[in-house]
Ligand binder design. Sequence first.
Ligand SMILES: [Zn+2]
Length: 262
Amino acid sequence: MKHPPCIFCDNESGSPEHLWPDWMHNLVKFAPINMQEADGPILFGQDPEQTIDTVCGDCNHGWMSQIEQKNVSRLKPMLLNTPITLDPGGMKILTEWAVLRAMVAESIKPRNNNENFYARQERIAFKHSLTIPARTRVWVGALINSNPDEYHIGCHGTDYTIMIDGGKTRIGTGSVSTIYAGNFVFQTATEHLTPPYVCEQEALITPPSGPADERLMEIYPQRPKQLDWPSEPFTESGPTGVILGLFGRWHMGEKVSKVKNA
Ligand SMILES: [Zn+2]
């Protein structure tokens, strides 16, 4: 094999595929964007035409494409900022879409040790039965661009450590993906505990209160009976912006204590 196996199956990966689906490219023209707050770090937007080579053609054009097709009828109005009411079934398949996007985007993220956050068995279980990895949360929100005719698209990841003993002992890692396209945004967070630590709590790190509280709505594992989208939107910049309001909330997670050393 010239390439490592597909992240979801044993086929060889390596056929270049678009990160973002054709239906989105056919709908609007996306412009690259770089974001910066004050003199903070610049967040470099991705090339809208970005390709990936970590999945095989069978997966990409098979079950992954089916997840995409199931979600077009909801994602399309959301991308274009057309109001839509989401029911629990819709929120369930949007969750699958967001987790798939997070897994794929994470597979091309450069890391020091070149390892992925999601374990292979988590990805295989997702392909096999759309099992959402344990200790995962998913939120959805709206995003208003300063120029309403300019659309952006991207997926950005950040990792955080889970510490106990007043920050002395590292017991695990969390990985957050923020996915935005046009006027919608999703955020996913998955936490892994390092053996021997176990915990029955679903999620360990909860971001402190902030602008995301009224702008991000949880659709997994809790979901409302009905969700009227759009909610109060994020902006491109400022306190309610993508950098401070969405990414920033994960830089000050609260410490947790209900963890056992098994
Ligand atoms: Zn595959």
